[in-house]
Design a binder for this molecule. Sequence first.
Ligand SMILES: O=C(O)C1=C[C@@H](OP(=O)(O)O)[C@@H](O)[C@H](O)C1
Ligand SMILES: C=C(OP(=O)(O)O)C(=O)O
Length: 425
Amino acid sequence: MEQLRLEPINLVNGSVTLPGSKSLSNRILLLAALAKGTTVVENLLDSDDIRHMLGALKLLGVQVSLNDDKTVATVKGVGGQFLTPAEPLFLGNAGTAYRPLTAVLAAVKGDYELVGEPRMEERPIGHLVDALQALGGDVRYLKNKDYPPLKIVGGQINGGNVEIDGSISSQFLTALLMAAPLFNGDTCIIIKGTLVSKPYIDITLDVMARFGISVTHDNYKTFTVKGAQQYQAVGRIMVEGDASSASYFVAAAAIAGGEIEIKGVGAKSVQGDIGFAKVMEQVGAKIDWYDERLVVRKGQLKGVDIDANAIPDAAMTLATVALFADGPTAIRNIYNWRVKETDRLHAMATELRKVGAEVVEGEDFIEITPPKHFNDVAIDTYDDHRIAMCFAMVAVGGKPITINDPKCTYKTFPTFFNVLASVSR
Ligand SMILES: O=C(O)C1=C[C@@H](OP(=O)(O)O)[C@@H](O)[C@H](O)C1
Ligand SMILES: C=C(OP(=O)(O)O)C(=O)O
C-alpha cells in the first residue's frame, strides 16, 4: 500500500484556489443533461465522483465535451430523452451521482441498472426507493433490500403527495426534488422525521432555480413542485469553489503560524459548509470575510461543543483541529457519519486515539481531549478522502504523521496534498 510521510509543518503561507464544489458539479451536470439546449460548465471539479457522473451521462447518450484539464464541460442537454445504456451505470461511491440518478431515471423512459463500489452496497437508499415506489416508480433491489445495486424501469410518474424520510441523508430529498419537475402532475413532498444536512437542500434549490425550476417549501417540512416542466439550459454557469475542501485550509491557517488566502468561497457561498469557517471563529481562528474568498490566520484555539448536523463533511476537520485546542471538543448530532464513505464515527475515534487523543465515541457524537503526547503513527484512511485530508492537520500542527493510501483523496480533491505542500513552509 502507498503511504505518504508528512513532516512537521510550522508555518503556512500563500494563496489557494479551490477546485469546484463536488455538490454543485454533479447537480449542474445532471440538470444540464436533462435540459433543452447547451450549457457550458466552468470550474467543474475533476475528481472520481464527477468522473462517475460523466461516465453515466455518456452511457445515457448525453454529449459532454471537456477541455484539457477537465474543468470546463460543454453539455448538450437531451431534454429528458435518455438512451437505454448498453451496460450498468457504475457510480463508484458517489452519493451525489447515485441518489439523484436513481430518482431521475425512475421518471424517464428506459431500462437502467445502477451499480457501485462495495461500500456503495452498504450505504442505505431505502428511504428514497420507498418514496419512488409510493409514487408508482418501478425501482427494485438487485441484492439486498434498502441498498444498491438497483434495477429501474423508468416511465411516467404521476406525482401527488409523497412522504420521504429525511433522517439519514438529505440526498434522498435532493434526488426527489430534482426528479419532480419531470413527473406528469404536481408533487407535494412531506418530510418524515428530522431532515439532516439541511443546507444541501438549499444547494439543490439554488441549482434548480438556475435551470428555471422553482420549488416552494414551508420551512423544509413540505415541498411543492409543479409537474410536466422542462429544465432550461443556462448558457454558461460557474461552479463555486468547494467549501468542504476549503475546511482543510481554514484549519491549517488556524493551527499553524502564517496566513492563507482561500479563493473560491466566501460570505456569498451557497454551500452550507462555509459554516465551518464560522465554527472556526468560535474556536479562535482569525478570519477576514469577502464575498468569494477568505483570509485566515492563527488564533488561540479552544475546545468547543457544537451541533454539526448542518456541516457533516467539514466537521471531520474540526475533529483534527481539536487535537490542538485547549480543552476538549464535542461534535454532536452526526449519526449519519456512520453511513458515509466508511463508519466515520468509529474510524475517526480509532485514528484520533492512535495519535494520542482521549476519545469518547457516542452513537451520534464524538468527544476529543487533546493528546498529552503525540504518537508518530500511520493513519488508516478506510478509502475515505476526508480522513486522509483531515489527518494532514497533525503535520500542520508540527507533528510528523503518515497517511496510508493518500490517493483516496481522488474522490473529491485529487491535488490536495500538492496544494497543501504549496502553502507549507
Ligand atoms: O447533497 C450533497 O451534495 C451532499 C450531502 C451530504 O450528504 P447527506 O445528506 O447524506 O448527509 C454530504 O455529506 C455529501 O458529501 C454531499
Ligand atoms: C459523504 C460524502 O460523499 P457522498 O457524496 O458520496 O455522500 C463526502 O464527500 O464526504
